[in-house]
Design a protein around this ligand. Structure first.
Ligand SMILES: Cc1cc2nc3c(=O)[nH]c(=O)nc-3n(C[C@H](O)[C@H](O)[C@H](O)COP(=O)(O)OP(=O)(O)OC[C@H]3O[C@@H](n4cnc5c(N)ncnc54)[C@H](O)[C@@H]3O)c2cc1C
Length: 399
């Protein structure tokens, strides 16, 4: 019996488990293989929808489905917290005290937000990284009648790099529609020396900030909040007064991978860019090439959990899952990985809202940076259609 254990029932874990089960249909039927997903909640959340709650266009209950309903009938689901991964004994320990042995392990435990790492974040700042926080932001926007709105980012990497820019553009459109634009000063604090990490996307977005009259401040990562004076302080010690503050909270990988000694304090799993195998150490030793760092033979990571230099996006997990599934299935079947899914090329594809019913598309891989088309209605509608059809497509492996 070959046991495949997938940690995390988000987009990456669900899709990988379904693809592996499909590839191992016969061995599973003969009792020679077994695929299990472990997830703390047993509920699958479509997180991109959170941003639309803040924009008043989505409801929280529409973004949740039972994980079981998305899994292939041949995949087992264990609803439990994962507390330890032991690569020496090839076992995973769960909160209930139960342990699961594996022959092939897939880690898709995503990322965590840590607003508490910035003092006064909870009382002063809004965000849109949970359904609850987005609903609170919506209420604050409804109550807003003019003043200073500051949108910032407290640390890189964070989930969905375009999201804070999209929020800035969408809020600006909304304020115009509500007749509040003349009474509002909008500031976007970018933590790096341009509007977006990828140069070509930054080149596309920078003129949009200018056209919309949104002040773009560079090298301005959010470091502190002073609630008395209502100012946000950047890591360059600049102060920006706000009446309404929206901040992308700090992010880290799952605590369990740190506690298990698989990832450094950041929680991002050191991952091979092509095979998606987890590396045994986060950095090569002095004089050692990255390719010479040993990889675990039977431990893979995908989605937000990795340290790969790519967007932390559902789309990244979507395009990584077929590679992990092919490699895991090949190991179980005792063959080499084959075909186009043998190696990951860094493929990512994300829609990007720019407001006023328009959007663009970011499509790229390790070798080819994105060339976003001129924003138009088509890509905005594309994103809306994708949001609605997600449940029937991506996690089930239908696109
Ligand atoms: C506001 C917002 C907008 C976004 N917009 C987009 C977008 O437009 N396009 C896009 O591609 N992506 C977008 N994303 C990002 C996307 O949602 C994530 O990148 C994606 O969900 C990552 O998938 P994952 O499988 O790696 O992790 P997740 O989907 O986060 O799943 C991780 C799972 O692991 C489980 N887990 C973690 N730790 C444990 C543990 N110790 N024990 C048991 N279970 C555990 C969790 O319960 C969770 O179910 C957005 C995200 C947000 C928040």
């Amino acid at each position: 019996m070959q046991r495949v254990v997938v940690l995390g029932g988000g987009v990456g874990g669900t899709l990988t488990a379904n693809l592996v089960a499909r590839k191992l249909r016969r061995p599973i039927a003969r009792g020679e293989a077994d695929v299990t997903v472990v997830d703390a909640t047993g509920t699958h959340a479509y997180q991109p929808g959170y941003m639309y709650i803040a924009m008043g266009q989505e409801k929280a209950d529409k973004l949740l489905r039972p994980e079981r309903s998305l899994l292939d009938g041949n995949v087992n689901l264990v609803v439990d917290g994962i507390t330890r991964i032991d690569t020496a004994t090839q076992t995973v320990t769960l909160e209930s005290g139960r342990s699961l042995a594996y022959d092939q392990l897939v880690i898709a435990t995503g990322s965590r937000i840590l607003p508490e790492e910035i003092e006064h974040f909870g009382e002063e700042a809004h965000h849109f990284y949970t359904a609850e926080a987005s609903a609170r932001l919506r209420k604050a926007l409804d109550a807003f009648t003019g003043g200073r709105i500051v949108i910032g980012i407290a640390g890189i990497p964070y989930k969905c790099p375009p999201a804070p820019l999209e929020v800035a553009f969408l809020v600006e459109s909304e304020l115009r529609e509500r007749g509040l634009r003349d009474r509002t000063e909008l500031t976007f604090l970018s933590p790096i020396n341009r509007a977006f990490t990828i140069e070509s996307v930054s080149d596309m977005a920078t003129p949009i900030f200018a056209e919309k009259g949104i002040h773009l401040e560079l090298l301005a990562g959010v470091a502190e909040i002073d609630p008395e004076r209502k100012v946000v302080i950047t890591d360059a010690f600049e102060e920006h007064p706000y009446d309404l503050l929206i901040v992308v909270p700090p992010h880290k990988g799952a605590q369990v991978v740190i506690d298990s000694g698989l990832a450094p304090k950041s929680g991002w799993l050191p991952t091979d860019r092509h095979t998606l195998r987890v590396k045994t150490v986060a950095k090569p030793a002095p004089g050692q090439a990255d390719e010479d760092v040993p990889r675990y033979a039977n431990v893979y990571a995908l989605g937000d959990a990795t340290d790969l230099p790519l967007s932390k996006a559902g789309s990244t997990a979507h395009f990584e899952a077929p590679i992990v599934a092919e490699r895991v299935a090949a190991a179980v079947l005792g063959r080499e990985p084959e075909g186009k899914d043998a190696s990951y090329t860094g493929k990512v594809m994300c829609f990007f809202e720019v407001g006023d019913g328009k959007g663009t598309l970011l499509q790229f891989d390790y070798e080819h940076p994105p060339k976003p088309p001129k924003p138009n209605q088509l890509w905005h509608l594309g994103k809306l259609v994708f949001n609605k059809t997600y449940w029937h497509t991506v996690p089930r492996g239908r696109v």
